[in-house]
Design a protein around this ligand. Sequence first.
Ligand code: ZN
Length: 347
Amino acid sequence: MSDEISESSVEDLSNRALNSFENAKNLEELETVRVAFLGRKGEVTQILRSIASLPQEIRPRIGKRINDLKIELSALYEKKAEELQSEREGEGGFLLDPTLPGRSGFEGGLHVLHLVLKEIKEIFYGMGYSLAEGPDVELDYYNFEALNFPPDHPSRDLQDTFYLTKDILLRTQTSPVQVRYMEKHKPPLRIIAPGRVYRNETPDPSHSAEFLQMEGLYVDKNVSLADLRSDVSHFVKSYFGDDASVRFRPHYFPFTEPSAEVDMTCFACKGKGCSICQKTGWIEIMGAGMVHPSVFKYAGYDPDEYTGFAFGMGIDRIAMLKYGIDDIRRFLTNDIRFLRQFWGFSS
Ligand SMILES: [Zn+2]
């Protein structure tokens, strides 16, 4: 090949190459041109490789000429590629080929917790409750103080609460929404307040560092424990079935007096006693009670004029009971095989 190389053949190559790059009409043509001249076996590359074997008298001039040509062609290629690319994007994008079949659809669904919460909310809306919300990042005042938690109450401990500063924390319960709502509204009021809550707990099958809770609050003149029992009972029958009944066990919460833990008939054994209910026939589903007069005072209500009840339930726990889920951590691991079991359960 070396004997065919002359200054005029290089000039000829230069003209052909520059023309070809200049006239490429699209990116595919440009690539073909690039391979033909600058590719591993391209004409320019071949000559560059054979320079060493050229006669001494023409080697320096041909060498410089062909090196300059390579630089010139490379720059022209870059410029041309950019032009053709933006031209193509202007026409609707590099990857768009309307003749290709579409991607097969992946239909999603509601997360089981939101499904459960949605159904629960519907039941309470039907009883005249409306929705209230509050912040996840909460003041100690609303999370504890205004809910009548004594300063030395164990749940204020760092062991249980994620404190951001001395006075700001991640809410450990949805109850602070009660106080925030009462500060801004006069009775009668009847609200539910669902939301995420946070506890400094080591996760295990029945504990999670974050979970969903839903608070309920009803305040008016002459609200009684019988009203609480009636609403809770209606909810349990609506959600778990007519044969589910409730019982109240005396308990202690700082913000209600009297307070109770609420059990419902075990859905698995219908009250006969089984391993799920630890042979008692009952399953705990929420805490409840009559709003403590001190909480009314913090909210600016006169406890002699108004009474009310409050309840709080763990949505994760309700979902676990409803669907027989054995590990609370499954709600947060985003395992699509777990989540898709519940899709289509709701309209
Ligand atoms: Zn049972």
